[in-house]
Structure formats: C-alpha cells, structure tokens
Ligand binder design. Structure first.
Ligand SMILES: [Zn+2]
Ligand SMILES: [Zn+2]
Length: 269
C-alpha cells in the first residue's frame, strides 16, 4: 500500500509554489521553488534583485554588485546547479533563474547528485515574469529590493488541493476495502471444504432395523430424528448426519465434523 504515497502526493512534493514581491511597486510575480537547496522560511528572504551583467547566464562567478543581492540569471548555457553554485560563490543570498524565450511555463529545477553544499534558495521564473522583472530591475530604483516568499496553501492550484483533500483518501479507502474483501475471501476459503471433496464422502440409507447400538438416531445439526430410507452422509470420523445438513455445513460454515471437530479435508487425521 505504501507504494501509493509517492503517486498520490507527487504533485504536492514536486511543485512548491512561491512568489517574488517587488517592494517598490508592491507587485508579486509567481515563481517555482527548486527541488534542491534550503527551503524558504515563513518570513521569506529580502534582498536586491540584480542581473550579473558580466555573465547574465550565471555560468561563471562574478563580483558581487552589492550586499544581500539576489542573482537574476537567465536559463541556458549551463546546468541549473552550476548557476546556483556560481552565484552562491559570488555572494548571492538567493538566485532567480528566468526563462528568456521558452514557453514552457514554470518548471521545478532539479539537480543530480549531492547538493548538500547549496546554502541559498533558488527559484524559477517563467518567461513573462522573468522579462518583467529584468526590465524592472533596471528601471526601478537600483538595486531593486524584493521579497522571496513561499505561497500560502490557499494559493496553490485548485487541482492539487482537490487531489489531497478528496482523491487521496477515497483511493486509499477503496484499496483498503478491496484488500480487506480479498483477505476475507481467502480466509473463508481456508475455513470451508471444497464441494468436490464433500461430494466424494460416503453415504448410506438410514434403516431403523439395521441400527447398531452406538449409532445415532438423529441428525446432530438439525436435531430431527432420521426417517427410514433418508440419505445420510458419513464423515471419515464415522459420524453421520443428513446429507443436505452436513453438506451445507461443510461447504459454507466449517470443514470440521460438527460433533468431534475433525477436519474432513485432512486424511488421515
Ligand atoms: Zn439434519
Ligand atoms: Zn466426527
């Protein structure tokens, strides 16, 4: 059952939504937080958004333009993790990677291998947000102060919320119910005797005249007296019953003799 969790909560884990607030204009821009590096805290991170003009791709180290700077670099030229390492080593407190011309929307940045050396948060900006911020960073009072923040639960896409609240518990309940039914069925199968085994057990016609001293005169299941000529089923333990009484008992209730509890499928025991 545990294999279901990654599938059910995949959307939640793989997509962490954030936003970038430009303090001067009080406008926010949606972003996507990378899968590696430290998570943003509730207070977010304040810094100055600056494009490293010496290398706008962030594919090599640059000189820090100011204290507390957030590197605004564009996608391409090298891997995401290379950009992040370079900007971290260049003194940036965070990095925003923007899509300059792709139309792929927001993506979550992944990095292979060990990323435990990453100490700054990274975000990804889609094309329109990146372009707008790049423009603003050059015209609004330089350097432009911004706040990186994690979005509230309520601003997550509706589909993710619905998935978590409704679909996941329902799917779990259905799986639990199905596995419970299968277990019940298997348990029942082990408790009762197969019809073909029961039908092969010997039978006899009841005769009051030929009755021996120790033989029963009534069926221990329905407690009715035997009538001459009635069809009786004789179990391996020599106990007899009405054939219709004991057949129903063995195939739907228990595979044991109702009197001595001997297992009729176990031969010889
Ligand atoms: Zn009976
Ligand atoms: Zn018996």
């Amino acid at each position: 059952m545990r294999w279901l969790y990654p599938f059910l909560f995949g959307t939640l884990i793989s997509s962490v939504y954030g936003s970038l607030l430009v303090i001067a204009t009080n406008e926010t821009y949606a972003d996507r937080i990378a899968s590696f590096g430290p998570r943003l805290t509730e207070n977010g991170k304040v810094g100055y958004l600056v494009e490293p003009t010496a290398d706008p791709t962030g594919c090599r180290k640059v000189e820090a333009p100011c204290l507390d700077w957030v590197a605004l670099v564009r996608r391409g030229g090298c891997s995401f993790i290379t950009k992040v390492r370079n900007m971290q080593q260049s003194g940036a407190i965070a990095i925003a990677v923007g899509d300059p011309d792709h139309q792929s929307g927001w993506i979550t940045m992944y990095a292979p291998g060990d990323t435990s050396d990453i100490t700054i948060p990274s975000i990804f900006l889609a094309k329109s947000e990146y372009r707008a911020l790049l423009y603003l960073s050059k015209v609004v009072d330089t350097p432009m102060m911004i706040l990186l923040q994690l979005d509230d639960f309520i601003t997550w896409p509706l589909l993710d919320i619905l998935m978590i609240i409704f679909v996941s518990p329902s799917v779990m309940m259905i799986f639990i119910y199905i596995s419970w039914r299968l277990r019940q069925k298997n348990r029942l199968k082990q408790l009762v005797a197969p019809v073909d085994v029961v039908s092969k057990l010997s039978t006899k016609r009841f005769s009051l005249e030929k009755l021996l001293e120790n033989e029963a005169e009534e069926c221990a299941i329905c407690l009715e007296d035997y009538i001459n000529g009635e069809n009786l089923r004789v179990l391996p333990c020599r106990h007899d019953f009405h054939a219709f009484c004991v057949d129903a008992w063995l195939t739907t209730q228990k595979k044991f003799c109702p009197i001595c509890k001997r297992d009729i499928t176990c031969n010889p025991c």
